[in-house]
Ligand binder design. Structure first.
Ligand code: IMP
Length: 195
């Protein structure tokens, strides 16, 4: 796909076919992978001998979880949760309901929540308070993207891939209306696509 005179390989889907829906490419697949490797190094160092449980939040965290856990060299396990946040098409409300709970008991476990993106942080804030009530040995967050200007909840996120502008983005697991998740890069979608 050529974008702004630059050839950008977004991969995953036929990026040319959706080029008209995208306003800008924020990160190429290579830039994302670079950060994943750096995050994995940090996590390897922090969790040596701790055998953490990585908790992915479906569906968006599928890509970061798959890439991150394959970069880690420490012994770790993986589990998944699915939540639904009530809100309009592109905004979350913080009113959350479980669609799928964890399969394992996290009492006394070192839990690392793996998220695709922190936007308002309302969903994650609810999730963290739910998980901390189960008394894990530790509870931290790794998020691939964060929108600092959109945050409404006070969340400590230990591992961040990239801070991004307050715009609706797709790719690397993030969708609009179920589409674009397979893009390997991260792109801003044109407002007219969702308005
Ligand atoms: P939050 O509660 O506002 O932090 O966002 C909750 C969820 O909304 C995230 O985990 C994403 O799945 C989704 N989300 C937030 N911002 C975006 C975006 O820009 N693109 C696609 N999905 C998003």
């Amino acid at each position: 796909m050529t974008f702004g005179g630059r050839c950008v390989k977004l991969g995953g889907v036929d990026a040319d076919a959706i080029a008209g829906d995208l306003a800008a490419v924020l990160y190429t697949p290579e830039q994302i992978q670079e950060r994943v490797v750096a995050l994995a190094e940090q996590i390897d160092a922090d969790y040596a001998d701790k055998k953490p449980l990585l908790v992915g939040v479906l569906n968006g965290a599928v890509m970061i979880m798959a890439d991150l856990c394959r970069e880690l060299t420490i012994d770790c396990e993986m589990d998944w949760m699915a939540v639904s946040s009530y809100g309009s098409g592109t905004k979350s409300s913080g009113v959350v309901r479980f669609l799928k709970d964890l399969s394992v008991d996290i009492h006394d476990r070192h839990v690392l929540v793996v998220e695709d993106i922190i936007d308002t942080g309302l969903t994650l804030s609810w999730l963290l308070s739910n998980l901390s009530s189960r008394q894990p040995a530790s509870l931290e967050v790794a998020a691939m993207f964060r929108k600092p200007e959109a945050i409404k909840a006070d969340i400590e996120c230990r591992y961040i891939g990239y801070d991004i502008p307050n715009e609706f983005v797709v790719g690397y697991g993030l969708d609009y209306d179920g589409r674009y998740r397979g893009l390997k890069g991260l792109a801003v979608i044109k407002p007219e696509v969702y308005s």
